[in-house]
Design a protein around this ligand. Sequence first.
Ligand code: NDP
Length: 309
Amino acid sequence: MSLLVISPGKDPEAWVKALKEQHPGLNIYVYPEDHDKEEVEFALTWKHPRGIFKNYPNLKVIASMGAGVDHITSDEELPENIKITKVVDDRLEEDMGTFVLSLILAHQRNLLHYRESQLNEKWEPVPYTRNNQIKVGILGIGNLGQRVAHKLLQNDFQVIGFSRNKKEIENVESFAGEDELDEFLEQSNILVNMLPLTPNTEKILDKELFEKLPKGAYLINVARGEHLVEQDLLAKVDDGHLSGAALDVFWEEPIRDEHPFWKHPKIRVTPHIASVTHPKSVVPQIIENYERLQDGEPLKNEVKRDIGY
Ligand code: NDP
């Protein structure tokens, strides 16, 4: 049994090093080096070339190198019986929590405005709203979203969450299912998108949704670029319904030259860095699942393939 690492566009060295350190006996191949496809039962991957998994007759598990699995589930030629796992990692959650908190504080305390004023050598105080007067709506309150909620509650923000199933989270009002989406949106002064990308959530951040948010609402998208209809966001920021947006993920990464987001005064762009997987902290759960597979035990952090996350 062998493990195949596939991460085109990303240097796999740190992953291989961490895997070898934590499981010296492991037989590892790095795609596309020469390897026996029949031997591979476990693949660790980020953005694999489409369609390749059908060439591995004994492949049983595909492990994502990150929390998102849309780069795997979107492969239309994925064999049906293969199990998919995702990363659940305390460090990843902490980084997401502090990053979203930073974006919210920067927005609420008008830091972009003051940077602009400074560059223009202008002394321009503007009023601000106190944290406890701001309600943050977390769209997709799962592993990462709950850590974001926790950080915000520690900083006196009001927090509400939306998910498929109702949640019991202390001090967070839970909304679930399509029937409760409008009520959730109507109250969200700041909307933080933390949904997984699935056929149900693609392009969910559109004009219709933005219009349900209160006037002056702010959008933070740290989930996936494909959740957002970019033209709709630009229209709603430019007509003043939204006060702005902070975007960490995009349809095309990096965004193309001349993209209207680059120089937009109310849109903050970061290069998909909200929360970055560190191989050393994630490899133990990969090895654990590799061993679970060998021992015929249930995997940890398995994705439900029928719902796509
Ligand atoms: P989880 O699977 O733990 O949480 C997803 C949440 O979304 C759950 O609460 C789920 O509801 C809810 N959800 C899913 N589909 C729907 C739907 N159709 N309607 C309403 N709610 C829905 O995911 P994570 O928190 O681990 O990760 C979230 C996403 O963050 C990843 O998929 C990835 O895209 C992104 N990400 C971005 C990073 C970055 O650096 N920018 C880094 C890491 C991840 P329920 O709980 O009821 O099932």
